[in-house]
Design a protein around this ligand. Structure first.
Ligand SMILES: NC(=O)c1ccc[n+]([C@@H]2O[C@H](COP(=O)([O-])OP(=O)(O)OC[C@H]3O[C@@H](n4cnc5c(N)ncnc54)[C@H](O)[C@@H]3O)[C@@H](O)[C@H]2O)c1
Length: 257
């Protein structure tokens, strides 16, 4: 895709969003953000909610590629009041606005939680064609998202890339959880690798019409997710490994001195 095109990132102020903004801007892409909060490092951003269809439609004007990250990013206590409006209704508004605006590529942030059992028990690596074993309600909303992504690729001819992501920690507590367990370290996704992954997804050849790919950093012990499709289709290969990049979250290298 040409660098003259416009990439909209929903959830641009979040952990993964800021990483994607940074890498795409560094590569010379035109980037617009959409989030409930201001996006650091971007001049072109909209503040609003994906639950507001009109606000999403305004942000979508002129957009050629969409990275959809805005969501409730894990299970929470309020399914009806939080997961449904954000991950289901908001998704609907974003997808329909993208279709109406003529967006050519949509990249959807799904989760390794789609393969919750197999990423623990194997067989490894988990492949996109393996049956899903979703963790709980949040993962089920991502299944819904993957389903409508497929429909959009088939029905509307939009290039849709589903990105099942490893664990890019948002907080120090999450960094500590990852540090404490080997299998979490294997699925760690550094902010730097996450940024490069989404930039590669934007830049992937137009021939990629529908794909499900995994995004994780290099596994210290056991490669739990199959990175071959991301390499073949997007040209993405992780450069980092736990704990590289955690300083983005903690403010210092890990383990801290
Ligand atoms: N970080 C991970 O380990 C991980 C793993 C798998 C999947 N994901 C997915 O990646 C995406 C980004 O996750 P993250 O870790 O950056 O989360 P995050 O919470 O850091 O960022 C999400 C951003 O979306 C915004 N947002 C939430 N609801 C919104 C709404 N209604 N309207 C507008 N903006 C809204 C938030 O303000 C926030 O800035 C999510 O879809 C998440 O489910 C993340």
């Amino acid at each position: 895709m040409s660098k003259a095109e416009l990439v909209l990132i929903t959830g641009s102020a979040g952990r993964v969003g800021q990483a994607a903004v940074k890498e795409l801007c560094a590569r010379g892409h035109r980037v617009r953000g959409f989030d409930r909060a201001a996006t650091p490092g971007l001049e072109d951003f909209f503040i609003g909610s994906i639950q507001d269809a009109a606000a999403v439609q305004r942000a979508m004007a002129g957009v050629t590629s969409l990275i959809h990250l805005a969501a409730t990013p894990d299970d929470c206590d309020d399914f009806a009041g939080d997961l449904v409006p954000n991950n289901i209704l908001g998704l609907h508004h974003v997808m329909e606005a993208a279709r109406a605006a003529g967006v050519r590529r949509i990249i959807l942030a799904s989760s390794g939680q789609m393969n919750d059992t197999q990423q623990v028990t194997g067989p490894f690596p988990v492949r996109a064609e393996d049956p899903v074993t979703p963790r709980y309600w949040y993962a089920a909303t991502k299944m819904f998202m993957e389903s409508i992504g497929y429909s959009f690729a088939q029905r509307h001819g939009i290039s849709v890339i589903v990105a099942r992501l490893g664990w890019c920690p948002r907080t120090r507590a999450q960094v500590e959880e990852i540090a404490a367990e080997e299998r979490f370290r294997d699925v760690y996704f550094s902010p730097g690798d996450a940024g490069r992954f989404f930039a590669c997804a934007v830049e992937a050849p137009t021939e990629v019409k529908w794909a499900v790919v995994y995004g994780v950093s290099r596994a210290p012990k056991q490669a739990r997710f199959d990175l071959e499709p991301a390499k073949r289709l997007l040209g993405f290969e992780p450069r980092e490994q736990w704990p590289q990049g955690v300083e983005v979250v903690t403010g210092a290298k890990w383990p801290e001195a």
